[in-house]
Design a protein around this ligand. Structure first.
Ligand code: PLP
Length: 380
């Protein structure tokens, strides 16, 4: 098998599994208890909070554990809006956000919010000047993702953060695809709220966090017990939190080396595809993109057919984001960068990870050339 769907999810790192095991077997205490067994869990949670905070240049009490990227995005967008509702009802986001942000905005629109969905350029970049011009006296939140899950485009987050800070507007960034893949400092980027999800950086599924700057006074999202300093109710998922900590440490440790390797593999595979498959087109920015992201369109070919034929050869890839698999119609991201429907439907996303090799890139390039040629011939 050749796994090229790391943007959808990643293999849980052995270090993460090893770190989790004792908390599934021996240290199973509820972190809220008063006895020693509970204390072991509590200590593990607070150590993980410290570790995660350090990776971002944040304080431990600014990290809140959640059930993943979707919850973090929903919490950030909905609670930030509610907290600032007395100041205004306008939100600015982009047309290429993940559905976890877009659907949360749509939910708020039904409750009186006005949302500006910013256009992006042909590479999928949000123009900070355009964003600045979209700000109104009643703007209370800006939510722009760090890096896109489909085309890998990395946004000018620092410039956006500076604009938001200068105007006194809360800035949320969905860093689910970026955290653990590139260095992020919340202070330097003027980020008030940041979402991340462990399964994207070799941690377990169903766990993530929301960074909430101490200056962002937003309310809780889940209501119940006093966990997470009363801001996120629910018994702490201690094994997953510990697994995410180990994965985060590992991701930071190997980041430089992993990025360099992925860029080399990525550019090699992109080069071969563009040279060898007539009409193929790279979607997203040529350089301002995640190290492991390749998104290519093949005219006169359905992306879906390519994926099925790749799967028959043991190659895992996807068309758009994992969450849009099975959805009909071209992806909202590819539409937003102005791709004609035919090219959007012919898009294939290949996302690399540290385990991929040059031999695999050659095998994938060969397979793609053959598959695209075959589909085109059969159609003629
Ligand atoms: N945001 C982005 C950019 C993503 O890529 C994803 C997952 O694909 C999510 C949010 C949702 O994260 P989770 O699967 O942890 O809910």
């Amino acid at each position: 098998m050749i796994y090229l769907d790391h943007a959808a999810t990643t293999r849980t790192a052995p270090e993460a599994v090893e770190a989790m095991l004792p908390y599934l077997t021996d240290y199973y205490g509820n972190a809220g208890g008063i006895y020693t067994l509970a204390n072991d869990s509590r200590k593990a949670v607070s150590r993980a909070r410290q570790t995660i905070a350090e990776t971002l240049g944040a304080e431990p009490n600014e990290i809140y554990f959640t059930a993943g990227g979707t919850e973090s995005d929903n919490w950030a967008v909905i609670a930030a809006y509610e907290a600032c509702r007395h100041k205004g009802n306008h939100i600015i986001t982009s047309k290429i956000e993940h559905h976890a942000v877009l659907r949360a905005c749509e939910y708020l629109e039904k409750r009186g919010a006005e949302v500006t969905y910013l256009d992006v350029d042909e590479n999928g970049i949000v123009d900070p000047e355009r964003l600045d011009r979209a700000i109104r006296p009643d703007t209370v939140l800006i939510s722009v993702m760090y890096a896109n899950n489909e085309i890998g485009t990395i946004q000018p987050v620092r410039e956006i953060g500076e604009i938001a800070a200068a105007r006194g507007i809360l800035f949320h960034t969905d860093a689910v695809q970026a955290y653990g893949q590139m260095p992020i400092r919340v202070g330097e980027d003027h980020i008030d709220l940041l979402s991340a999800s462990a399964h994207k950086f070799n941690g377990p599924k169903g766990i993530g966090f929301l960074y909430i700057s101490r200056n962002a006074k937003i309310g809780s999202f889940l209501h119940g017990g006093q966990q997470e300093r009363g801001r996120r109710a629910g018994t702490e998922n201690v094994p997953a939190i510990v697994g995410m900590e180990a994965a985060a440490q590992r991701a930071c440790r190997i980041m430089e080396q992993k990025t360099a390797k992925e860029i080399q593999l990525r550019d090699y595979l992109i080069g071969r595809i563009l040279r060898e498959i007539p009409g193929s087109r790279l979607n997203g920015h040529p350089t301002q993109r995640l190290a492991g992201n390749i998104n290519i369109s093949f005219p006169s070919v359905e992306g879906e057919s390519v994926l099925i034929m790749l799967d028959m050869r043991g190659i895992c890839a996807s068309g758009g984001s994992a969450c849009t698999t099975g959805a009909v119609g071209p992806s909202h991201v590819l539409r937003a960068i102005g791709l004609p429907e035919e090219l959007a439907k012919g898009a294939v996303r290949l996302t690399l990870g540290e385990e991929n090799t040059m031999e695999e890139m050659d095998a994938v390039a060969d397979a793609l050339a053959e598959i695209v040629d075959r589909i085109r011939t059969l159609r003629l």
